[in-house]
Design a protein around this ligand. Structure first.
Ligand code: NAP
Length: 331
């Protein structure tokens, strides 16, 4: 995989990255997560499994890794993998996030899996935890799921603290979620600390079912921000495992186009993201090496106007997309 600039940030990334949301903890919302892990939740076994998927990602050339404080032990698994393989921090980029605290206690059926809080004490605690765990590998630190309601973009104490981190050489980013992703991103573009834009990277949900944040991502990219796309296969809804009867016409179309391109549905969906001129990294959320291998076939798809036209009708209204996502069951 050919490395490329993370837009104007000074970092080098790969077009496909690996996210660890599904690898760091027993429970997650992705379709079939429990089956992917064979319901093996022993910490050491999960760590070995995460390391095996990370090894495969490295062998395929992936050099961007995404974690968060709230992904259970994702940062710790990444840290033990990076140090045991003795990679030089210059060889890869790790991004992590603050703002959610993991509260599931290693249970799949926890009453509350994570608690959101974008206050200064949480930032100070979590940046310390992340840097202790990831050291020099940690190059991007993102507000986890910033929204206008979370107040983080109007909190001068938090913004100044992130400004200090930026001045110490860490790229400051924000991840987005929900139907207001675009509005939040556009507001973030105006945040300056000491006369310089604070946010240099953004991670957002864009996929063939949900495209509404596209124009704002294009604007952010034009402004020099690095753009990372998450949930490229809509949490498993844009894969073979989506057997919902209501999805079957869309699935049929996806299967046809994917077969003509010689790839799986998930690779086609990821290729659709890679085809956007404003994208720098698209995350694979694979919890299994086989799915990672399928995902990265996206690189072989030659996206063209005909494919674009045929798949343009897959988009769902934003409210419907996010309502479906919030109904996904932790498993
Ligand atoms: N707010 C935020 O900041 C935020 C929110 C969500 C995600 N993220 C980041 O984005 C990354 C990716 O997002 P995501 O995992 O939530 O969503 P995603 O990438 O859209 O979905 C991944 C799901 O698709 C399944 N899948 C992929 N290829 C498959 C195949 N060939 N066959 C069957 N199933 C397949 C995966 O299954 P397997 O598990 O079996 O591979 C997994 O369940 C996360 O790891 C995380 O780093 C950030």
């Amino acid at each position: 995989m050919k490395p490329r600039a993370f837009n104007h940030t000074g970092l080098t990334v790969t077009p496909i990255g690996l996210g660890l949301a599904a690898l760091g903890r027993p429970g997650y919302i992705n379709l079939g997560h429990a089956a992917d892990l064979n319901k093996v939740y022993d910490v050491e076994a999960m760590e070995r499994h995460a390391h095996a998927v990370l090894d495969a990602a490295w062998d395929y050339g992936i050099r961007y890794f995404d974690a968060a404080r709230s992904y259970g032990r994702a940062e710790a698994f990444l840290s033990t993998w990076l140090s045991s393989r003795a990679f030089d921090p210059i060889e890869c980029v790790v991004g992590s996030k603050w703002g959610y605290t993991y509260t599931a206690g290693w249970q799949v059926d926890a009453a509350k899996h994570e608690v959101k809080d974008h206050s200064l004490p949480v930032f100070e605690r979590q940046i310390h935890e992340s840097q202790t765990c990831l050291g020099k590998y940690l190059k991007i630190y993102q507000v986890h799921s910033a929204t206008l309601d979370s107040g983080v973009l109007d909190n001068p104490d938090v913004l100044n603290a992130m400004g200090k981190l930026r001045d110490n050489g860490v790229i400051i980013g924000l991840s987005l979620s929900g139907p207001g992703q675009g509005e939040t991103l556009l507001k973030s573009l105006g945040v300056q600390i000491n006369g310089k834009p604070l946010f240099q990277s953004v991670q957002a949900t864009w996929n063939l079912l949900s495209r509404e944040v596209g124009p704002a991502l294009a604007e952010a990219h034009d402004a020099g921000m690095g753009v990372i796309v998450k949930e490229a296969v809509a949490n498993g809804r844009l894969t073979d495992r989506n057997n919902l009867p209501a999805f079957s016409p869309k699935r049929k179309l996806l299967q046809e186009v994917a077969a003509e391109a010689g790839v799986s549905i998930d690779a086609l969906a990821i290729a659709g993201v890679l085809a956007r001129p404003w994208v720098d990294v698209v995350l694979s959320g694979a919890a299994q090496t086989a799915h990672l291998v399928s995902n990265i076939q996206a690189q072989n798809v030659v996206w063209n106007e005909e494919i674009e036209d045929r798949l343009s009708g897959l988009t769902e209204p934003a409210e419907m997309y996010w309502q479906t996502r919030s109904g996904l069951v932790w498993n």
